[in-house]
Ligand binder design. Structure first.
Ligand SMILES: [Zn+2]
Length: 231
């Protein structure tokens, strides 16, 4: 009742198009979600992610399973939303995207194949700078949908890497190699590793390697978006 009144007096609007939101919409309206131009299905998104990793790394680095919601272009509405999530402290957005990613995995029926969700960690100094880790927010949204625990103690970020934006593949690889190490707890065997955007795969490949050193047997990748290949 009070919620309804507040909604009447201060209608919530879509953060992207500023249109008033429907009761069942949060932060982003259905129309803007459609504008993000999702992959036509779980298979297509997973294939796009795996193919990007394959372009930059050996076959053994390609995850056996992968999920991804959207192709990513700079200057798209998705880019604007992801940027708000990362730097604009719009913490609930990560959870919202995480729920969608969780639903995608749930529809594919593969959530039973995993023991835990592990978000790609930020170095603790970067965490202070940004106040939160967007991958953790995404993992939180997925966890509720999939009924899986989020585990963070099995993976640490050892290096304070500068931003990857604008770096070529060689520089990215060097920037990331050795950036992660096993955490203080042993990794669950079957892990869903989560990040916001996969560009070349350098971050997730390096994180997966450390997870395997921590005891993981299988590491699947799940991201909100994968950067589109240049034509
Ligand atoms: Zn909108």
């Amino acid at each position: 009742m009070l919620d309804g009144l507040a909604h009447l007096l201060f209608p919530a609007v879509c953060i992207l198009c500023q249109k008033p939101l429907d009761k069942n919409e949060e932060h982003i309206c259905a129309g803007c979600f459609d504008d993000f131009n999702p992959f036509p299905g779980a298979f297509a998104g997973g294939m796009a992610l795996q193919s990007t990793v394959r372009d930059h790394f050996d076959e053994h680095a390609v995850p056996s399973a992968a999920w991804c919601l959207y192709p990513y272009r700079s200057s798209s509405t998705l880019h604007k939303a992801m940027h708000s999530m990362k730097y604009g402290s719009l913490f609930p957005l990560g959870e919202l995207f995480g729920k969608r990613l969780g639903e995608l995995i749930l529809r594919s029926g593969d959530q039973v194949a995993f023991d835990a969700i592990v978000p790609v960690p930020l170095h603790h100094l970067k965490r202070i700078e940004r106040t939160y880790n967007q991958a953790e927010a995404i993992a939180g949204g997925m966890a509720g949908v999939l009924g899986l625990p989020v585990v963070t103690e099995c993976l640490d970020r050892s290096l304070y890497t500068s931003t990857q934006t604008g770096l070529g593949i060689e520089a990215r690889r060097e920037n990331m190699a050795g950036a992660f190490r096993p955490g203080r707890k042993r990794s669950p065997a079957r892990v869903l590793l989560v990040d916001d955007v996969l560009t070349t795969g350098a971050t997730m490949v390096a994180a997966a390697k450390a997870l395997k050193a921590a005891g993981a047997v299988e590491v699947a990748f799940a991201t909100i978006a994968v950067t589109e290949k240049e034509a």
